[in-house]
Design a protein. Structure first.
Ligand code: 13P
Length: 255
């Protein structure tokens, strides 16, 4: 059975002491999860060590980063390498988030390098894809998302591909309160799985966790996670509130 994952992407929010409190309130009520159910907390870089010490004893609670640089080391002022993340106990990294693609001009070619660096350092990658509204309006989202995946991660071998999860995050649903319908999510997730099957075979495709992101909240998580090809969620706003994040984890636990 493939892994179900709820990952909290804090984006650029909370001071370290606020993050510490949030993690504490999550830990106070975190249910025990089976081996194929995982939670990831991805705070800003500055919070990683603190969060590591708070969560290291819980096997199903993983530490994630929101980005890493495409080069291994050197004169890249302000950047953080995959090896550095590994060295503070990070085991997941989110790559290709639409905010990074849009505001920091990350291209699929750049993301290929980042993914390679992450895997060299034994990080699991949550690779993000998703279309803007005009692409959805033109009904060309399948082609758009296929291209992001093909250009971003199809350089990998089938063995390497085992370290990849995908997050489908339609840009028009991020932070807008407008969630994809279960039908839209299921259709796209099935499409993504078929693109992976064409390249790596059905067995590999069936093992890839495909998460949904974009206004995933306690009131819609259960129905989204009930879709056959939705294996959890990448959560933004609701990951900043312990009650909401825990409710989404509970929805995943029972899916
Ligand atoms: P929201 O849950 O705030 O819509 O954000 C989704 C997201 O971008 C997670 O990476």
């Amino acid at each position: 059975m493939r892994k179900k994952i709820v990952a909290g992407n804090w984006k650029m929010n909370l001071a370290v002491n606020e993050g510490e409190k949030l993690v504490k309130s999550i830990l106070d009520r975190l249910p025990k999860l089976k081996e194929n159910r995982q939670v990831v907390i991805a705070p800003p870089f500055t919070h990683l060590i603190q969060t590591y010490y708070q969560t290291e004893s819980i096997a199903y609670l993983n530490l994630g980063a929101q980005n890493c640089y495409s080069e291994a080391s050197g004169a890249y002022t302000g950047e953080v390498s995959a090896a550095m993340l590994s060295s503070v106990g990070v085991n997941y990294v989110i790559l290709g988030h639409s905010e990074r693609r849009e505001y920091f001009n990350e291209t699929n070619a750049m993301l290929t390098k980042k993914v390679n660096r992450a895997l060299e350092n034994n990080l699991e990658v949550i690779f993000c894809c998703g279309e803007p509204l005009e692409i959805r309006t033109n009904d060309t989202q399948n082609e758009y998302v296929s291209k992001q995946i093909q250009e971003g991660i199809f350089q990998l071998t089938a063995e390497q591909f085992k370290s990849i999860s995908i997050a489908y995050e339609p840009i028009w649903a991020i932070g807008t309160g407008r969630t994809a319908t279960t039908e839209q999510a299921q259709l796209m997730h099935a499409h993504i799985r078929s693109v992976i099957a064409d390249k790596y075979g059905v067995d590999t495709a069936n093992k890839v966790s495909i998460l949904y992101g974009g206004s995933c909240k306690p009131n819609n998580a259960a129905e989204l996670f009930a879709c056959a090809d939705v294996d959890g969620g990448l959560i933004g706003g609701a990951a900043l509130k312990a009650d909401e994040f825990l409710a989404i984890i509970n929805a995943m636990m029972h899916s």
